[in-house]
Ligand binder design. Structure first.
Ligand code: COA
Length: 257
């Protein structure tokens, strides 16, 4: 199973479950997460959802690079469009709060998934970044928009263009996560927040989520389409072939531009 859903009272936990690939998101995993999110969305008993990664090393280490490597421009665009619809926008538009418990690497699509969630907390070993330009790509699952919304345009552009990786403490300092706890306490911390949410009015919370999101919706919808188009164009560049091949051959890329 590519993702595991566990329900306990009013709180559900959804775990991305591909630990041998650091929970990298392939099409099957995205579909599995979508199916479980649909279940949580429709289950009136569930009032808060925690999303986390399997194992102690990674939340999600990104989109599955092996799956990306052979795609054409059109297929790349379709990958981004479908992923945004099934997972990233779907999480952001959930009618109940979604808490990302970032338990290790959250890179590329992994950070994009955490940023689609409404609340982020991290374990002290977590590392976060959008390293797509090191592969000849750009973030295609909403990262260009949500990172700038969360930490501001200047810091977002620094992180994206340097393919930088933040420690949990740096992410806290930059406002990317709300708090950092030792890894052994992460699940408890997430459950405490979820339990506090579960005591409040679910209908009022849904209105609050929709109201906050409404402030970002106008520009975001068009910008996400723009992101999909630019993401797709990267698949036609030699740099993308070099970047993904280098990753899969476990060597440093040599970009010609
Ligand atoms: N897609 C596909 N496979 C991935 C992956 C990804 N995004 N991230 C990790 N994996 C796989 C590795 O290929 C490796 O598989 P293998 O054992 O079959 O060779 C396995 O997961 C373990 O990863 P490994 O690289 O050996 O672990 P590490 O501790 O040396 O490095 C990372 C950890 C996260 C720094 C490194 O895996 C990495 O850079 N991953 C890609 C991050 C990225 O660019 N994400 C954005 C994608 S658009």
């Amino acid at each position: 199973m590519q993702s595991i859903l566990h329900k306990d009272g009013h709180v559900a936990t959804l775990t991305v479950n591909r630990p041998d690939k650091l929970n990298a998101l392939n099409a099957e995993t995205i579909q599995s997460l979508h199916n479980n999110l649909q279940d949580v969305r429709n289950d009136k008993r569930i009032r808060a959802l925690i999303v986390t990664g399997s194992g102690s090393k990674a939340f999600v280490a990104g989109a599955d690079i092996a799956e990306l490597a052979s795609l054409s421009v059109n297929e790349g665009q379709e990958l981004a469009r479908k992923g945004q619809e099934l997972l990233f926008n779907y999480v952001e538009n959930m009618p109940k709060p979604v808490i990302a418990a970032v338990n290790g690497f959250a890179l590329g699509g992994g950070l994009e998934l955490a940023m689609s969630c409404h609340i982020r907390i991290a374990s002290d070993n977590a590392k976060m970044g959008l390293p797509e330009v090191s592969l000849g790509l750009i973030p295609g699952y909403g990262g260009t928009q949500r990172l700038a919304q969360l930490i501001g345009k200047g810091k977002a552009l620094e992180l994206i263009t340097t393919a930088g990786m933040l420690t949990a403490e740096e992410a806290l300092h930059w406002g990317l996560v709300n708090r950092v706890v030792p890894q052994a306490e992460l699940a408890n911390e997430a459950n405490t927040i979820a339990a506090n949410i579960a005591k409040q009015s679910p209908t009022a919370i849904q209105h609050a989520l929709e109201s906050v999101q409404a402030g970002f919706e106008v520009g975001q919808t068009d910008a996400l389409k723009e992101e999909i188009a630019h993401f797709g164009q990267c698949f036609g560049n030699e740099d993308f072939k070099e970047g993904t091949t280098a990753f899969l051959e476990k060597r440093k890329p040599d970009f010609k531009g």
